[in-house]
Design a binder for this molecule. Structure first.
Ligand SMILES: CC(C)(COP(=O)(O)OP(=O)(O)OC[C@H]1O[C@@H](n2cnc3c(N)ncnc32)[C@H](O)[C@@H]1OP(=O)(O)O)[C@@H](O)C(=O)NCCC(=O)NCCS
Length: 174
């Protein structure tokens, strides 16, 4: 559904990914400051391949009535500045919905990740009917933990899992 916003906030539009997002998403994936707590660093080819695969995957799942992954667009200038989404996560016996987000480095520190993720959290709850969400966060990712705290997620003491070869604390909402 190109051009259609899933959600709009004061400064942001959450919308389906489009082919024209490839360069911006590839650049995000190639930025080690963005991927530091998510996955090993990617060279240019790997980052652009991952971006192309992600865009194709997200476009297939851009149904406003289902969990999915959405582009974060700045309303001021239409620039695609990040990603926010809900992904299935199996803890080894139970299916959860994981809230995840990332933002271009030059856009961080303005409350934008919290603004986008809060909008999707509320959409997940009120429109999709998901009563609980989880977030998986690297123990040293203080910025992301602060975002989760502001959104009233809570860490589960001692519940740490391995994802992409890194430890992740499990936080839950509400
Ligand atoms: C984590 C991330 C999404 C935060 O985006 P953001 O738009 O800067 O977040 P916000 O501005 O909404 O909030 C960040 C908060 O963390 C704080 N913060 C940032 N870095 C911090 C650090 N190293 N230590 C402590 N607090 C930190 C900020 O001061 C802010 O808190 P405040 O509002 O109380 O001042 C962004 O840094 C990012 O995309 N990182 C790379 C991808 C990533 O790690 N995603 C999360 C995966 S779980």
């Amino acid at each position: 559904m190109p051009g259609t916003a899933l959600l709009q906030t004061e400064r942001l539009r959450l919308r389906a990914f489009q082919d024209r997002d490839l360069d911006a998403l590839g650049a995000l994936y190639q930025d080690p400051a963005v991927t530091r707590y998510l996955c090993p660093p990617m060279d240019r080819l790997t980052a652009w391949r991952a971006a192309a695969a992600a865009i194709a995957f997200c476009q297939r799942r851009a149904d406003p009535h289902q969990p999915g992954i959405w582009a974060i667009e700045a309303r001021a200038d239409g620039r695609m500045i990040g990603r926010v989404g809900l992904s299935p996560w199996d803890d080894g016996g139970r299916l959860h919905w994981e809230l995840g987000y990332l933002l271009a480095t030059d856009q961080q520190g303005q409350g934008l990740a919290t603004e986008a993720a809060t909008a999707l959290r509320d959409h997940a709850n009120t429109v999709l009917g998901l009563p609980t969400l989880v977030a998986l966060v690297h123990p040293e990712n203080e910025g992301s933990k602060r975002v989760l705290t502001k959104m009233r997620f809570w860490p589960h003491p001692g519940w740490v899992v391995q994802e992409a070869g890194m430890p992740r604390e499990v936080w839950t909402w509400p």
